[in-house]
Design a protein around this ligand. Structure first.
Ligand code: NAD
Length: 318
């Protein structure tokens, strides 16, 4: 069993991963500043919680110095949020990553980093593969690409074992539906549950490659157990290109009276998104992704049963 640190471990993906690591018997240290994450997402009896900001190099070091494995998922998320305050996004996502890498350089811990498909930005070619050129369109994407660059540099210059995973659109239990920057699926389901109209920015023809959070966790666990490393990034999505309008039709199964308001396109939103999962399947042949409609149904059920636990978290307005 290993001592595993999870930055952003009180957040959506992080807390799902923390739960799975604890179940496997690992010792887990969670680092989070609780800016969007919730303490109630994790069981503090079975994992060690450190309320520390990634910007605090000393605090980060103290909290994870003993870890053999680091999942670095902590980040200031959201494209619109980064457009409002690019420096804050850089400080957490780029400099914060450097702070975590400095610990890995000192200890030799294996670092798994969660980058984002937003780094492809202006590159409109579909499906995406890891050899394509990158063109960040927003400070969020730029901060993730800067972090990717540091992860690769530390892998090469200091022989830190690193694995660079680029998440696409992840969804599922514990994803917050309530705040200004909430992701589209939980936000829509939550509004539909409360008989409120949902908002679509643009005409709804834009597509996303959604991955269920349990599939992401399975990849992370498999990557850790088999110590998977790779020269360069690994895209984490299975090539399911689904338009927002198609997603709305699926949601009508649960919410037949769903009302939709079409709004102007938001700056920074990528029009189409789809991965080519060739490398992913080659590196993780045993992980089978959950079917989108089944995962959507589980997410609706979860939000109906437990949504209140993630719905009234801290306001995220900066
Ligand atoms: N959810 C997605 O679809 C998606 C897509 C691409 C990439 N990602 C990446 O995956 C990771 C996890 O995302 P998520 O969806 O779980 O988001 P999330 O907001 O739920 O989790 C991020 C966590 O980081 C914490 N955090 C933020 N700033 C911090 C700071 N300065 N110091 C310490 N902790 C801080 C937050 O409190 C939160 O708990 C992020 O790195 C994100 O960029 C997510």
């Amino acid at each position: 069993m290993a001592h595993v640190a999870v930055t952003g471990g009180a957040g959506f993906i992080g807390s799902n991963l923390v739960g799975a690591l604890v179940l496997k018997g690992h010792t887990v240290s969670v680092i989070d500043d609780l800016s969007t994450g919730l303490l109630s997402n994790i069981n503090t009896d079975t994992s060690r919680f450190h309320q520390v900001s990634l910007a605090d190099a000393e605090g980060v070091k103290k909290a994870i110095i003993d870890a053999e494995v680091i999942f670095h998922l902590g980040a200031r998320g959201s494209v619109p949020r980064s457009l409002k305050n690019p420096i804050a996004t850089h400080d957490v996502n780029a400099t914060g990553t450097l702070n975590v890498l400095e610990v890995a350089r000192a200890t030799g811990a294996h670092l798994f980093f969660s980058s984002s498909s937003s780094v492809y930005g202006r590159n409109g070619v579909l499906p995406k593969d890891e050899s394509m050129w990158l063109g960040p369109m927003t400070p969020y994407a730029a901060s993730k690409l800067a972090a990717e660059a540091y992860v690769q540099a530390y892998g090469t210059a200091y022989n830190v074992p690193v694995t660079l995973l680029r998440f696409f659109n992840v969804f599922g239990p514990k994803q917050r539906p309530d705040h200004e920057y909430a992701a589209v699926l939980p936000k829509w389901i939550w509004k539909a549950m409360h008989d409120e109209p949902i908002e679509v920015f643009g005409d709804g023809s834009q597509s996303r490659d959604f991955t269920y959070v349990k599939t992401v966790v399975d990849i992370c666990l498999d990557a850790m157990e088999r110590k998977v490393t790779h020269d360069g990034a690994i895209n984490l999505a299975y090539g399911n290109r689904i338009s927002l309008l198609e997603t709305i039709e699926m949601l009508r199964k649960y919410f037949p009276n769903l009302q939709v308001n079409f709004m102007p396109i938001r700056p920074g939103d990528v029009k189409e998104s789809q991965n080519s999962p060739v490398l992913l399947k080659q590196l993780f042949p045993d992980v089978l992704p959950m079917d989108f409609e089944k995962a959507l149904s589980e997410t609706v059920d979860w939000l109906k049963a437990f949504g209140e636990t993630v719905a009234n978290g801290p306001t995220v307005s900066d």
